[in-house]
Structures are given as C-alpha cells and as structure tokens.
Write a protein that binds this ligand. Structure first.
Ligand code: ADP
Ligand code: MG
Length: 614
C-alpha cells in the first residue's frame, strides 16, 4: 500500500525555485548527490566502528553512476547507511538546514531565486533542476525493510515498501528531455573530475554490459597531497564539501605538523557567518581521519568553542583506528592536536590582520565569537585580545585594536578605558564619556554580552590596566570658570534633596567634575556590576531587581543644576524642583539605555515643560 504525502511548505517553495530556476550550473546536482552518497558511506563506517555486525557492509564502499541513454535516466547508487521510512519522511520531506529554510521563507513569492542555489546549496532537491521524476530505492543498514520513494517535485511524494538486497541507496533521475547530456559518459567524467574528484570513495562509472566499470575520481585525500599540486578551485570544492557552505573560504590553512604527534590539517574559515553561530545546539567540530580512513564527523574536541566557525579535516596516523567518540574526549593526543591547531590559526590571523579591510571581513562575521576566547582560553588570552577589534569613542570610522589604543594613549593616562552597553551610538553619547572626550582620552565602546566577561579576566594588556570608566582614577582638569558653578552650600542642599526625592531608587547622590554637557549621570560604586551587565542578567532572569548601588552624579557647572540649587532654597518651589529631579533621573536612565519607571509621568511633565518653553 502506498503512502502519499505532502512536502512541508518550505520544501514546496524551495522546489518551486529549483524547478523554475534559470540557474546555469545545473550540473551541481551531481555534486550534491555524490556528496550525500559519500556522507552516507561515512555514517555507516562510523557506526561499524562500534557495531561489529555492520563491519561487513561497511567494507568496499563505493558510489556508482549508471547512465542509460535509451531511457534517459541516470542512477546514483551507494552502499552506505541507507534510509528507513522515517528517515525518508524526515530528511527528504523537510529542509534539515534551518539556514536554508529561513532563507527560502524570505524569498519573495513571485519567483525563482538563482542566487539561492549557488549560495546555499539546495542539497538533494537540486536533482529537480534536471529531473521530471526522482525515484529512490533504499534500505537502512541493520534493518530488513526496504523502501521506494517517488516524486515529481510538484505533487508531494509517495512511499512504498519495496525489495532491496543490500543496504544503501539507489537514486534514479528521470531526466528532462532537455537534459540528455547527463547520460553522456564523457560529460559525466568531466563533471565528476571538476566537482567530486576528492571524494574519498571510488566513484565508479558503469558503462554497461560491454563497457564494464571505470573508476573516475582520483579519490586521493586532498589534504594528503602536496600543497604545490593543489589548485585554488580544488581547495574551494573541498571546502564546499566539508563545510556544506557555498561561499568562498576567507582563509585556507593547509599544514603538516611534525614532532611528537604527526598530523595534517586542512582548515577553512568561511567568509559569511552561519545563521546559527550563537545557537547552543549547533554542532561544531572538524572531521577526523586516521591515515585517510574516516573516523568521525564534527569532532568538537579538536576545536575550542570560540573557534567553532572553523571547518575542515584533521588526519593523524598516530591515533588508533578504532578510536571511539568517548575515547576522543579523554585522549591526550587530541588535546595536543587541538592546541597545535589553535596556535596555527592564531598565527595565520596575525598575518592577515595587516590588511585592515580584508581582516574586517573576518572580524565582522566571527569577531563576536572569537572574542569569547579572551575569556575561555587562558593560555592564549593576550594573543586573542591582540587580534580583537573594538569601537571607540574617538574613532568613529574604524575599529581599533588594543595596540592601536595603547599607541594613542595620552601622556600620564593611567589605564585603557571601556564602557559597556547595547548600542554603539547610545554609548558614544553617554554623559560619563564627556570628560574623557574633553581630555582626548579614548574609550572602548563594548556592545557584545561577552565583553562583560572578558573584561573581568583580562585586567591588563601590555602592562596597562583595563578599566571600566566608572573606575577611572584620572584627574580631568577641565578648564571652567568657577563663577559658573553652583555655590557649595546650595549644591549640598540640592543633592540632599535629590537623595530624599529619589530615596529607594539610588544609593546616593554625589557631585562630579567629569560631566560637561549633561546635568546628571548614573554610575556604580567601584567594583560593582556595571549597569549594562545588570541589565543582561535581568534579561536572562538571573536577577529581578536593580541592585541598589547606583550613584547619581551631579554636574555643579551645569546651568540647570545651578538654577535648581537656588530654587531648592525656596519652599514654594519645592514641588516643582522635586518633579524636575525625577525627570533628570529619568534622563540619566535613558542615557544608560535603561527603561524609565513611570513613562506617563515623564511624558506629561515633558509636554508641560515644552509648552512653557514655546
Ligand atoms: P544535507 O546533505 O546538507 O544534509 P541534503 O538535502 O543533501 O542535505 O540531504 C538531506 C538528507 O537526506 C541528508 O542529511 C541525509 O540524511 C539524507 N540523504 C540524502 N541522500 C542520502 C543517501 N544517499 N543515503 C542516505 N541518506 C541520504
Ligand atoms: Mg547534501
């Protein structure tokens, strides 16, 4: 009995794009199907390591292409893991990669998006660029039932129980009339050479009864070859295969480590940020081979978390062939390989940072993740910090490094200063920066949550202390005329009254000479959690209320403060002064990016003052 099913909405949309596409490089469908076949062989090989019953089926794995010019079909056969009914429904009825799914959902309804196919790689569904119909016959390793899946890409798909002698998958492409060339053996050889030469299993061209079989890929592991013999195109194709990305790699790093442990690495840093870089369930890691034999995909132990965007392959003949995932976690050699990989990557980044524009491509895509290393990687902390870039108050056009910062420090400046917040533009206008700007002292504007953490552990850089501006011990000596300052006695009355009006909201009121344009500003007691960190914790429900340690700083030179310090002496004006103090406090909260407590009061008073001003 056959089961007729619908594709998920986004698959239909993707298929619509694929089928109507005018994409010119349709031959990439073969790369996709061969890549899937190769993945299926990898999966079976990995399972067989732990399940000896499967060892037999995991031997002699290969991928066979069978063209049939007479019937205008092309068959791609593998003896890998295969699929059961659930797999067929789950893997071929939905889009597994949510990045592609999101993208598809955003494509406008009216048409085909050629770019999508090139950039995202539409995987299995690319077959429908050349096919009227696709038929899959498959049997999962270790199971008895076999299944047939059929679809024309338009009206859903059908699944039937079927017969198949061995495990693996056979995909038959019923070619469109206009795509006959995919039964041409010369053309097939050419495409395989171009896109799939590096595939680690033999790709066999089945030439029929008379012609026999012919292996058409070199199949040699690309990483094991001599660098001089590898073209950029081969590197890029390999990158597409291991990363399942379709951009160009920003960095290609191919090396052989010799010494205590010998291993080869072929690593890539992509050019674009994956959609899920900050999702905790994201699977990272490198492919591991032992002497060209595939061991495992996504070995997280080979990379620290902050380099989770790095893709590629590590091959070491010093590891045991029967190493399991559990053993990987404890193996000291793996830890050594990992630290070797880290230093190579850092060294390479150091070279690339000399070209600012080029380096910024990397930084924009991965800087936020990379900076986690300052916090995480104790032994490379300084080096990672040196490779990091930041916004700063005095450099609006370019990001700067800590070395840039140090080079531009003022004589006698005591520390490297930073401020944290959610938004660079809001931070740049924070009243707390006014004195620094007036004195020409630059301040790093840090806007990523991770910045709150690395600044706790990296407290010096090249012998300079790194400090939040609230902990600055600078003397600012801003030139001002003493006649334009609130009188000390009056000021004292005003700050006392402020403390009374804002009782419960703040810890205390102080005066400061750090402010120039703003009448008041909020800060925290030295050593207390910054206002921004507190907000982050609140957003993550770690903490529900404000800590009561904020300080309201008052600028005694500000005309408004001078006026208020006189008005506060007049009992008749006390109510009015009290309202204004509340508004000033709201203003200080807003400058910090905080929410105000009573917006309707704020709005009402603001209109009242505006009205009085016109
Ligand atoms: P991706 O390869 O990026 O996962 P595809 O669209 O190419 O996406 O394939 C979707 C899924 O279908 C694969 O992840 C795999 O689970 C399954 N699949 C496709 N081809 C095969 C095959 N030849 N053997 C076993 N499973 C396959
Ligand atoms: Mg695929």
């Amino acid at each position: 009995m056959s089961d007729k099913m619908e594709f998920k909405a986004e698959v239909n949309k993707l298929l619509d794009i694929v089928i109507n596409s005018i994409y010119s490089e349709k031959q990439i469908f073969l790369r996709e199907l061969i890549s899937n076949a190769s993945d299926a062989c990898d999966k079976l090989k990995y399972l067989a390591l732990m399940n000896p019953d499967l060892a037999q089926s995991a031997a002699n794995m290969r991928i066979v292409l069978t063209p049939d010019a007479e019937h205008n079909t092309l068959k791609i056969t593998d003896n890998g893991i295969g699929m059961n009914k659930d797999d067929l429904i789950n893997h071929l009825g939905t889009i597994a990669k949510s990045g592609t799914a999101d993208f598809v959902n955003n494509v406008k309804d009216n048409g085909s998006d050629v770019d999508l196919i090139g950039k995202f790689g539409v995987g299995f569904y690319s077959a429908f660029m050349v096919a009227d119909k696709v038929e899959i016959l498959t049997r999962k390793a270790g199971e008895n039932a076999a299944w047939k899946w059929v679809s024309d890409g338009i009206g859903g798909f059908e699944i039937d129980e079927a017969q198949k002698e061995n495990n693996g998958t056979e995909i038959t492409i019923f070619l469109k009339e206009a795509e006959k060339q995919y039964t041409d053996t010369i053309y097939l050889r050419q495409i395989v050479r171009l896109y799939s030469d590096h595939i680690n299993y033999p790709i066999v061209l089945n030439l029929g009864e008379k012609g026999g079989e012919e292996v058409i890929n070199t199949g040699s592991a690309l990483w094991a070859k001599n660098k001089a013999e590898i073209t950029k195109e081969q590197y890029n194709e390999f990158y597409h295969h291991v990363s399942k990305n379709f951009d160009e790699p920003w960095m290609t790093l191919h090396f052989k480590a010799e010494g205590n442990i010998e291993y080869t690495g072929l690593l890539f840093i992509p050019e674009t940020q994956p959609y899920d870089l900050f999702q905790p369930d994201r699977k990272n890691g490198l492919k591991l081979y032992v002497n060209k034999v595939f061991i495992s995909d996504k070995v997280e132990e080979l990379l620290p978390n902050y380099l989770r965007f790095v893709k590629g392959v590590v091959d070491s003949s010093d590891l045991p062939l029967n190493i399991s995932r559990e053993m990987l976690q404890q193996n000291p050699m793996i830890a050594k390989i990992r630290s070797g990989i880290v230093s190579r990557i850092l060294k390479e980044l150091k070279k690339r940072r000399d070209n600012y524009d080029d380096y910024m491509k990397f930084w924009t895509a991965f800087g936020t993740a990379f900076k986690e290393g300052i916090y995480e990687d104790f032994s490379n902390r300084e080096e990672i910090a040196a490779l990091s870039y930041f916004n700063s108050a005095l450099n609006q056009e370019k990001l700067i490094s800590l070395d840039d910062y140090v080079a531009s420090m003022k004589e006698g400046q005591k520390a490297i200063y930073y401020i944290t917040g959610d938004d660079v533009n809001v931070l740049a206008n924070n009243p707390q920066l006014e004195a620094f700007k007036a004195k020409g002292i630059d301040v790093l504007l840090l806007v990523d949550p991770i910045d709150e953490f690395w600044t706790q552990v990296l407290t010096t850089y090249k012998d300079k202390a790194i400090k939040h501006i609230s902990q600055a011990e600078e003397t600012f000596d801003i030139e001002r005329s003493q006649s334009q300052k609130a009188k000390d006695d009056n000021l004292k009355k005003l700050t006392d009254y402020m403390a009374q009006v804002l009782n419960g909201e703040i810890a205390k009121v102080t005066t400061t000479d750090k402010l120039t344009n703003s009448p008041v500003s909020l800060t925290v007691e030295n050593g207390q959690m910054s206002i921004h960190l507190e907000r982050l914790m609140r957003n993550h429900q770690q903490q529900t209320a404000f800590s009561s340690l904020r300080i309201l700083e008052v600028n005694p030179y500000h005309p408004l403060i001078i006026k208020l310090s006189e008005a506060v002496l007049d009992d008749n004006l006390k109510m009015k002064v009290s309202d204004m103090i509340k508004i000033l406090y709201d203003q200080a909260l807003i400058a910090e990016g905080e929410a105000i407590k009573n917006p309707s009061f704020f709005a009402e008073k603001l209109s009242e003052y505006l009205l009085a001003a016109v």
